[in-house]
Design a protein around this ligand. Sequence first.
Ligand SMILES: O=C(O)CCC(=O)C(=O)O
Ligand SMILES: [Fe+2]
Length: 327
Amino acid sequence: MAAFTFPVFDLGRFEQSDGEARKALGAEVDRICRETGFLAIRNHGVDQTVIDAVWQAARRFFDLPAEEKQKARAPYKGYPYGYLGPELEALARSRDIDSPPDLKESFNGGPLRVPDGMHDETALSFCYAATIWPDAPHGFVEAWQTYYRAMEDLAARIMRLFAVALHLPENYFDAFIDAPISALRALNYPEQHVPPKPGQLRAGAHTDYGSLTILLPQEGSRGLEIITPDGQWTPVPPVPGAFVINIGDLMARWTNDRWVSTLHRVVNPPAQEGGLDRRQSLAFFHQPNWMAEITVLDACLAEGETAKYPPVLSGPYLMGKFTSTAA
Ligand SMILES: O=C(O)CCC(=O)C(=O)O
Ligand SMILES: [Fe+2]
């Protein structure tokens, strides 16, 4: 098999295209989402100052003393937002694989507002639960919210690209994602002064749960790996100035598994280098509206083929996935 090349897609070029060129670019994305489920998006239009501000804010937050960070901690196990300290999550457990906790800490935030008329008690106590903001560093909340809004906008543009890739009307997904329940997570993988336990990783092998994830790994950093179509763990190379996008389980389901929600993980820095390689990342987990009904797309069913999955509601589906990973 030919050596795997990580796919890179130019979003701005797609958005300016029309006619046959647009169809061809959509077909390219369809092929990538069927084979790899991961791609880098460049020429995405997100302002670098917005990225730098949240990156620095997250770094300054993670640099605070542990007691300071704990003031913003999630108040109980399973609470979705706030600070999640070291060794509190094992992503591999989402696949029923017993594993030591991941070697990371994170800060998590939810939707910026509760939509008018939202009275669902379960939604209000889960995805619309309050984000527990830290008091420091100065400017954290503003930088976070500005980046969150930029990610919501970028995710909506990528969903339009996905609609074209699936031969759907370009605005097909718009009604499913006009009150999305996405979450933003800042991750810090500390230097490893103590060797990891057997089987312990920075992030255990998992798939993401939602429609798509917009990942920003630390520039030039190593560690993120995906299973490529040949079944091998393969490093995602740094692509300067690009976001890494991946399909989540809900999108795989929506497309009747035409598109793949690819297994990925973050491996430890090489022990021979002393484990002294801190790594930071930002992950935006895009998730359709709480009440969006996700029914296998007709466009993904060949003549005579039937859907593999019954319809699910986006919010309750996410909740079911979420509860399995607390360590
Ligand atoms: O930090 C990374 O590069 C990936 C993190 C990830 O896959 C996740 O949190 O779901
Ligand atoms: Fe992930």
